[in-house]
Design a protein around this ligand. Structure first.
Ligand code: G3H
Ligand code: 13P
Ligand code: ZN
Length: 330
């Protein structure tokens, strides 16, 4: 058993209380490898932002839980070395069972998500409560989910979303004891959130998707004043990286993500954690494709991973400063 406290990590409790009060959201960035982690830490130290390092089931399969735990420990030491001790959470993203959550808690995670959103309401309550009871013994915080997002949630993919029902939130939170609640108000996972056909164009010709259901968010906030709300599927799918990928041999559809303006609006409300994974994938892949295409003589991976890491860092800094409002809050 490794406690996250030995690793220099924190849970989400104080972080979220400050974010709700301060009207900003803490970034939850997924990582699977060293370059992504370096970029996240460099960006969050430079912008003085708290951060949640998210590990999906896919990341655990890819990288190994022991390595990931020690990478998170390394991240706290790296931040210190860079000159600023930002609060860092190691969080399990979309935990699919009690056993998965327990394994992560026992391995130094400071926060876990139990995603029971694909079960019946009663089953979701039961499994979430079980995880909370175990996690709280070790002062680990728990995120639950109500409502289903479209797209791929780890290995569970949903064709259609169903919005969170505000009438369920008080019952769910009080029965389970969760510390935060992920909701479904129109975001979805992956890089293909909205097709051009689902969008309108503004005066500059930019595709604008249908707005998030801020009315549902407001109702939830009214029912649970000051309670931390989480938004998954919040990548904006930067068109510069989609273009870069396609100009250098890639084949992505010209779909769009959540406009930054809407995320900014959500961050000012009870939404205090915003999950971003796909945008990191796009920035990294776009840059690597561009470098390999432009400099075919490169065969040292550092030759393309370093610029990819730089592009990631720039993107994360922009999100912290201009979208989530978390810069300067650490
Ligand atoms: O919510 C889903 C995340 O983007 C994780 O994706 O399982 O492919 O790492 P992954
Ligand atoms: P995106 O696919 O929009 O980046 O969402 C990531 C996410 O919700 C991870 O849990
Ligand atoms: Zn998610």
């Amino acid at each position: 058993m490794t406690s996250y406290k030995e690793l220099g990590l924190v849970n989400t409790r104080d972080m979220f209380a400050k974010a709700v009060k301060g009207g900003y959201a803490v970034p939850a960035y997924n990582f699977n490898n060293m370059e992504q982690l370096q970029a996240i830490i460099m960006a969050c130290v430079e912008t003085k932002s708290p951060v949640i390092l998210q590990v999906s089931k896919g990341a655990r399969d890819y990288a190994n839980i022991n390595l990931l735990r020690n990478m998170a420990r390394g991240a706290t030491e790296y931040a210190h070395e860079l000159g600023y001790d930002i609060p860092i959470v190691l969080h399990l993203d979309h935990g699919d069972s009690f056993e998965t959550c327990k394994e992560c808690i026992d391995n130094g995670f400071s926060s876990v998500m139990i995603d029971g959103s694909h079960f019946s309401y009663e089953e979701n309550v039961a499994i979430t409560k079980k995880v909370v009871e175990y996690a709280h013994k070790f002062d680990v915080t728990v995120e639950g989910e109500l409502g289903v997002l479209a797209g791929i949630e780890d290995e569970v993919s949903a064709e259609k979303s169903s919005y969170t029902r505000p009438e369920e939130v008080i019952d769910f939170v009080s029965k389970t004891g969760v510390d935060s609640l992920a909701i479904s108000i129109g975001t979805s996972h992956g890089a293909n959130k909205f097709t051009p056909a689902q969008c309108t164009r503004n005066e500059d010709g930019i595709l604008i998707p249908p707005p998030l259901r801020f009315d549902i968010l407001a109702e939830i906030e009214k029912k649970l004043p000051g309670f931390p709300i989480v938004l998954h599927g919040s990548s904006s799918v930067p068109q510069e990286f989609v273009k870069m990928i396609n100009e250098h041999g890639g084949k992505l559809k010209d779909n769009v993500g959540i406009p930054e303006e809407q995320l900014r609006q959500a961050a000012k409300s009870a939404v205090c954690k915003i999950n971003i994974d796909s945008d990191g994938r796009l920035a990294m892949t776009g840059t690597i494709r561009r470098i390999l295409d432009e400099k075919p003589e490169i065969f040292d991976p550092r030759g393309y991973l370093k610029p990819a890491r730089e592009a990631l860092k720039e993107m994360y800094m922009h999100k912290n400063k201009d979208v989530l409002g978390s810069a300067g809050k650490a």
